[in-house]
Design a protein. Structure first.
Length: 656
């Protein structure tokens, strides 16, 4: 997430001063490029690994501060949320056995992280989006207490002028509002870096944009959010909307979100990207005192370009241009942010190898890809791959329309192989990693497809919460074994088994969200038909803004029908009833008792017992989101009984 010593300045003079520093950094970069001061003759690769931490219930565990207190490895750092963790890999020269060394670094660091995390009672998950995460996990109390994160949250909220309105459509649909940037904490990625020389930056960057779609199609690992089946790589849609500062009132203007693919090809220099981003996106954060880059250059030293790097860290291109230093020498690199975390270390390195090889190989085939590929096609391909993964249809070079699977297997894997071979990568490693991509594409089992097929296989078993738990539990088990995802057997319900404690569960884990509701002005006769047709005993009443205003139970409907039996007989109804009928509002229970999704399950049970009611509407900010009934609690009680019996069996086995 970048520099942490930052401020969100309301003082316009401070913002102007920072903007001046930003312009000076751009001029210094321009001077350094003109003077050929950048490192040449070597190409390096690197990566950043992001992770989720979960507790014994497979829910997000906000324990990162405890983990880092025990850590002796400075590469382990915080991320946006307390249940996220990141570590950076050491850069490697792009040659020989660098890919295997990258995998070894990930595995060794993961083993260290797992030991630290287990000491605080948590586990580690590699996933683009954690299947069990809920909106209640995204409260500000779970945000890492860093000035940068709070300043960024305040700045984006101010520019947006209200909560973010998210809409993502896939197999299911998800519509909701959220008023902080904590939604970004739903995403974890495996970010890869590729160092390039300044004069070749434009060509390599355009190639990286071109291959983003097929690489992503083969690597998707984020198919669900809040239990909804959305895009194959839902991270892409979620991240773009989570930090979007645009107003819906400006729909006529061409405005880019801060998370974006880009607007055009790069023609000559990295400066085009930097100048465009400064031109399009306001300064959100300022730092403390920063160096004068030209004074640093006069001393014969290399400036860090702090203002430029701070602003660059608040604009999230999926392929981002980065400035850095190695051994005192400045360099440029392309940061690939499209790849999700997981499913395993070997899958991640296979994805990275595919990308490194394609960027190298395609640049030899097409030194200027802009002559044979339209930018809008590359951008459309990227969104199509995020939506549909390997099922997407891509518009490729010279305008050819080709299925993603056919393109990857038939053309791109051989091209990536050629690129890796030309870079001097060990033949055994090329075979190892590209064969994983090939087998994954042929089997069609990406991380996303494994999750979706696992959920489908358990469709008639347990609750939705149980099935999501099983996916996470099974993921951890298979990640520990380290086999690539295309070889994984599907998750089974028992793999999400946990020793349940009622006081540790929340209503949102059991509530029914597939609701049949009525408006208060609708006809009671329609309500009776609805309850009969759908075989439901409780119907919630909401207004046009989806605010809960009432509840009709099967018992209250029967009471109404009994009271009006004579009046409703043929020939006995009043003319008014004949013309208008009775509205739902006339028989509903007004202002019913309700709970929030975050309510502990045990508290919900106490509420139902105290008031002798059989159902509880679930509301968030006054709007209806679910319903929990006696039936759900019977299911919970059955699970708790099973847990108790299993515990007794385990205890007797230990005693014997």
């Amino acid at each position: 997430m970048g520099q942490h010593d930052v401020h969100q300045e309301a003082d316009q003079a401070a913002l102007r001063q920072f903007t001046r520093q930003l312009i000076q950094d751009v001029r210094a970069l321009e001077y350094m490029l003109e003077q050929n001061m950048f490192e040449r003759g070597v190409r390096r690769i690197g990566a950043e690994q992001e992770l989720f931490l979960v507790d014994e219930r497979w829910q997000p565990a906000p324990v990162v501060e405890k983990v880092l207190e025990q850590s002796e490895d400075p590469r382990l750092v915080t991320e946006l949320m307390k249940f996220n963790l990141e570590f950076n890999l050491e850069p490697l020269v792009f040659e020989k056995n660098c890919l295997r060394l990258m995998e070894r670094q990930i595995e060794d660091t993961m083993a260290y992280v797992r030991r630290l995390v287990e000491e605080v009672g948590a586990r580690v998950v590699m996933a683009g989006i954690l299947p069990t995460i809920t909106l209640s996990d995204l409260k500000l109390a779970n945000m890492t207490p860093s000035p940068r994160y709070f300043a960024l949250n305040d700045a984006i909220s101010r520019l947006r002028g209200g909560p973010a309105e998210l809409q993502i459509r896939g197999t299911d649909e998800l519509f909701f509002k959220h008023d902080t940037i904590t939604l970004e904490g739903c995403n974890t990625s495996f970010q890869t870096h590729f160092q390039v020389h300044p004069e070749e930056f434009a060509g390599f960057y355009n190639i990286a944009q071109t291959v983003a779609a097929p690489v992503l199609a083969a690597a998707t690992n984020s198919p669900t959010l809040f239990g909804k089946r959305l895009w194959r790589e839902t991270r892409i849609a979620l991240f773009q909307q989570a930090v979007d500062t645009r107003s819906s009132n400006l729909y006529m203007r061409e405005m880019s979100p801060r998370v974006h693919f880009g607007t055009k090809w790069v023609r000559e220099s990295v400066l085009e990207i930097i100048k465009e981003d400064i031109s399009r996106f306001r300064v959100l954060l300022t730092g403390g005192e920063v160096e004068d880059p030209f004074e640093t250059l006069r001393r014969g030293e290399i400036p860090r370009l702090q203002a430029l790097q701070l602003h660059n860290g608040t604009v999230y291109r999926w392929n981002r241009a980065c400035y850095g230093m190695t051994n005192g020498m400045p360099h440029l690199r392309i940061e690939n942010r499209i790849l999700p975390s997981g499913p395993t270390a070997v899958d991640e390195v296979a994805n990275a190898s595919f990308w490194f090889g394609l960027v190298s190989g395609l640049s030899h085939e097409y030194p200027d890809i802009t002559n044979v590929m339209d930018f809008d096609d590359a951008k459309h391909n990227f969104i199509a791959s995020a939506r549909l993964g390997l099922a997407s249809q891509l518009t490729w070079i010279e305008g050819r329309r080709v299925p993603a699977r056919e393109l990857i297997s038939g053309e791109l894997i051989p091209l990536a192989r050629a690129g890796l071979e030309a870079s001097g990568i060990d033949a055994d490693d090329i075979d190892r990693y590209l064969s994983i991509v090939q087998d994954r594409v042929e089997s069609r089992q990406t991380g996303s497809q494994w999750q979706l097929d696992s959920l489908a296989g358990m469709k008639q078993e347990g609750t939705r919460s149980d099935r999501l738990n099983a996916v996470v539990g099974a993921s951890i088990d298979r990640q520990m074994k380290g086999e690539p995802v295309h070889t994984w057997p599907l998750a089974k319900l028992h793999e999400g088994y946990i020793q349940r404690r009622m006081e540790r569960t929340r209503v949102e884990q059991y509530m029914n969200t597939d609701l049949f509701t009525v408006n208060e002005e609708e006809l009671v006769e329609f309500l009776a038909c609805l309850m009969d047709w759908q075989r439901i005993r409780h119907v919630l009443v909401e207004d046009n803004e989806h605010r809960l205003v009432g509840l009709v139970t099967h018992r209250s409907l029967l009471r109404y029908l009994a009271d009006h039996k004579t009046a409703s007989a043929p020939g006995n109804r009043s003319q008014s009833d004949k013309n208008e009928g009775i509205a739902v509002k006339d028989i509903m229970i007004r202002n019913p008792i309700s709970v929030t999704p975050e309510t502990p399950t045990i508290d919900a049970i106490h509420v139902m017992r105290k008031h002798k009611i059989g159902s509880l509407p679930v509301v968030r900010e006054g709007r209806l989101v679910g319903l929990i009934t006696e039936q759900e609690f019977i299911h919970i009680a059955g699970q708790l009984l099973d847990d108790s019996m299993n515990s007794e069996v385990d205890l007797k086995a230990e005693e014997s």
